[in-house]
Design a protein around this ligand. Structure first.
Ligand code: HEC
Ligand code: HEC
Length: 151
């Protein structure tokens, strides 16, 4: 019986030692967007940041990655609204639009269905642009990031 108790104590000590060794490195000064506010507290809405508008387009994260949006986007404004009836993005980015020559047109991949046929209208699975394309905001990153996209 004594032997079993000693073995159990030994096992527990070992487990504690392993837990301490495996403790994650300190996260430094990372502060959540909620600050120190507890979950039930109502906090004021975070301030709005301006969109980052690079001189050239953003470089892609990797070959074939959906490009980041290099302009401001306000989904509440008609110009950018995406509803079942209207898609503001297509007013500038649809391949049929020729009076907005500066806006890059959605690639033919966006008009291709699963059978490989390229249609005249944006394919349904690409309709909700925001699913893949996101703007960037002028703000300090929460943690340091040295990532560089592919050219
Ligand atoms: C009024 C016209 C207009 C509207 C509306 C618009 N865009 Fe753009 N978009 C542009 C222009 C112009 C550029 C190119 C910017 C540049 O060259 O600096 C661009 C660039 C982009 C790019 C970058 C493409 C690349 O190859 O890097 C993406 C992605 C994009 N827009 C997505 C969207 C999405 C999604 C919406 C809707 C939420 C939208 N845009 C609405 C005019 C528009
Ligand atoms: C399922 C993800 C997805 C959705 C949804 C989507 N895109 Fe894209 N988009 C991509 C990817 C991936 C690329 C880069 C590869 C390519 O061109 O197919 C891209 C490229 C683009 C480009 C750059 C084309 C070029 O030749 O450089 C534009 C502009 C664009 N998308 C606009 C749009 C618009 C507008 C919508 C909504 C109507 C949209 N996309 C919906 C994934 C998506």
């Amino acid at each position: 019986m004594k032997k079993i108790i000693v073995m159990t104590m030994g096992g527990l000590a070992l487990t504690f030692a392993m837990l301490i060794l495996q403790a994650p490195a300190s996260a430094g000064n990372v502060v959540s967007l909620r600050g120190d506010n507890s979950l039930p507290t109502n906090i004021s809405a975070p301030k709005l940041f301006k969109a980052e508008e690079p001189e050239k387009l953003f470089s892609r994260a990797y070959k074939g990655a959906p490009p980041l949006i290099p302009h401001q986007v306000d989904y509440n404004k008609d110009k950018y609204k995406i509803t079942i009836r209207k898609n503001g993005c297509l007013d500038c980015h649809d391949k049929s639009v020729s009076d907005k020559p500066k806006s890059p047109k959605a690639d033919k991949s966006h008009y291709t269905g699963p059978n490989g046929v390229i249609g005249d209208e944006i394919f349904k699975s690409r309709y909700y642009c925001a699913q893949c394309h996101v703007p960037q905001l002028q703000t300090e990153p929460l943690v340091v990031n040295t990532f560089v996209g592919s050219k």
